[in-house]
Design a protein around this ligand. Sequence first.
Ligand SMILES: Cc1ncc(COP(=O)(O)O)c(C=O)c1O
Length: 380
Amino acid sequence: MIYFDNSATTKPFKEVLDSFVTVSSEYYGNPSSLHSMGAQAEKLLSQAREQVSTFLKVKPAEIYFTSGGTEGNNLAIKGSALLHKNKGRHLITTSVEHPSVRTAMEQLEQEGFEITYLPVDEFGRISVANLEKEIRKDTILISIMHVNNEVGTVQPITEIGALLKKYPTILFHVDAIQSVGKIPLSLYENRVDFCSISAHKFHGLKGTGALFIREGARLAPLFSGGNQERKLRSGTENVAGAVAMAKALRMTFTKAEAGLEGMQKIQSVLRKGLTEIDGVQLHTPNEKAAPHILNFSLTGIKSEVFIHSLEQKGIFVSTTSACSSKKKSPSKTLLEMGVPETLAESAIRISLSFENRMEEAITALEAFKESAKQLRKVMK
Ligand SMILES: Cc1ncc(COP(=O)(O)O)c(C=O)c1O
């Protein structure tokens, strides 16, 4: 089996599962309880917070545990809008965000907020000059993803951060869910106020994540309840999940140090091999793209058909993003990049992890060639 769908989710590391089981079975106290079991759980939670903050190079008090990327994105966006609605009702984002950002924005639009969706060029990238033109007196938040989950394009976060130094009252949210461990991001230097991460994208567990909230940046909570996570995220904390996420993050950063070059090599071998297949068109840009995503179309063959043919050969890839793939509509990111609809309907996303090997890429390329040939024969 060759698993090339790591942007949808990754296989949890064994050590991550082990720490989840140990904490769940031995330290199951509620961190809010006053007895020693509560204190033990609270200690584990603070250690996990400290570890996560170390890897993100921020303060422990700036880490808030969430149930994952969707929650982090919703909290940053709706929480800011709720708290700052009297200062302004304008938000800016891109036209290629994950649905957890896009639909949060659409919901705000229904509540009377105005949203600017920045267009992208043929590489899926926004223009910073364009962004500056859209900034208004009543702009309260700018939300831009770091790495696009469908094509891997890296947005110019450094340039945006530099620009926003001129606009100190505007909050800046970055969805870094696809970039953790792959593309470094300095939150302080880039003047980021909120940053969401999700553990299942880096071999942690589903339903665990964190939102960085810069000291001094304020937002309203979305959940009412017991005031956990310094009143911003009520609900009994998932201590075992947070500990497991801290472990996954540590292992990911260690593996990235040794494995980033290898991942880039695998990506370039796949890129070269794919371009040699008749009818393949690559959508992932050559430059300023993440090392783990490759998006391409095999002209004339619908994505689902190609995916199932590859699955029969033991190779697992995606159509678009995991959440959009069941809708069977072509990728919004590709359409926004100007890819014709018929070509977008044939899009395939390969996504790698540090666990993938070069031999797998070579085997997969053979399978791509064979499937392409078989399917073309059937189509004739
Ligand atoms: C860029 C991006 N943002 C947000 C999410 C949502 O994260 P989660 O699955 O943890 O809710 C994903 C997941 O695919 C993603 O790729």
